[in-house]
Design a protein around this ligand. Structure first.
Ligand code: HPA
Length: 234
């Protein structure tokens, strides 16, 4: 048990999928894992462990934003020895070629500030995905017929942004989409020598104002779960 995770030692798998929403963790575990068992419900941040094709997997909610994800990722790594952590979530599209429902596999995650940024002082550290996971996820996503983009994303601290100039600079510099967690996940994984990746679906678009209809959300989320599982065990 840790401060925020009630699982007993050994109840968390080496491979952890991390959706922001704890109810998505429940749905994914019940839909894709065999023998899924609830291993955490502290603060309602549900986590489940089961198997996928014989491989042990935990699906643990991260909450929204880097401070929340940082708590769960730190405890999963330090106390449960998680080795592979894959965020599955949504993002806002930032480029004209990026459409609603498309999959973005984040090679890098830029940020202004994260829970880790204090330690870098004047260095603008570049949080980067694990190459083996990234390569396998691209193959899995393309194999499923998903329109797949690979490149940089922006991990924002705020959903309701008041600085349109920042979005503008991100767009100018080819950033594909905006979300709120990946930069901290990549930084923690690098610090502890673990593998991390973020697989994202475009749920809304900053320029067109388009949004994913609610009936499509389950299908796109399911695709991400399968991409993450295939990448983890490729
Ligand atoms: N901003 C930040 N995070 C997001 C967005 C967004 O527009 N869409 C999905 N996650």
């Amino acid at each position: 048990m840790t401060v925020h995770i009630g699982a007993k030692p050994g109840e968390i798998a080496e491979t952890v999928l991390m959706p922001g929403d704890p109810y998505r963790a429940k749905w994914a575990a019940e839909t894709f894992l065999e023998g899924a068992e609830l291993v955490n419900e502290v603060r309602g941040m549900l986590g489940f462990t089961g198997t996928w094709k014989g491989n042990r997997v935990t699906i643990q909610g991260s909450g929204m934003g880097m401070p929340s994800l940082s708590i769960y990722a730190n405890e999963l790594i330090r106390d449960y020895d998680a080795k592979t952590l894959i965020r599955i979530g949504s993002c806002g599209g930032m480029q004209p070629q990026v459409g609603i429902r498309d999959v973005i596999i984040a090679m890098t995650a830029s940020t202004i500030t994260s829970p880790s940024s204090g330690i870098f002082k004047e260095v603008n550290y570049a949080p980067t995905a694990d190459w083996s996971l990234l390569r396998a996820a691209v193959a899995a996503s393309e194999g499923k017929g998903c329109t797949t983009h690979v490149g940089g994303i922006y991990s924002s601290d705020v959903f309701y942004a008041e600085r349109p100039d920042l979005d503008e600079q991100m767009v100018r510099h080819g950033i594909l989409g905006v979300e709120m967690e990946a930069a901290e996940l990549y930084t923690l994984a690098a610090r502890h020598g673990r593998r991390a990746l973020a697989v994202l679906t475009v749920s809304d678009h900053l320029q067109t104002g388009e949004a994913l209809p609610s009936e499509d959300r389950e299908k796109t989320f399911g695709d991400m779960v399968e991409i993450a599982l295939e990448a983890a065990f490729a």
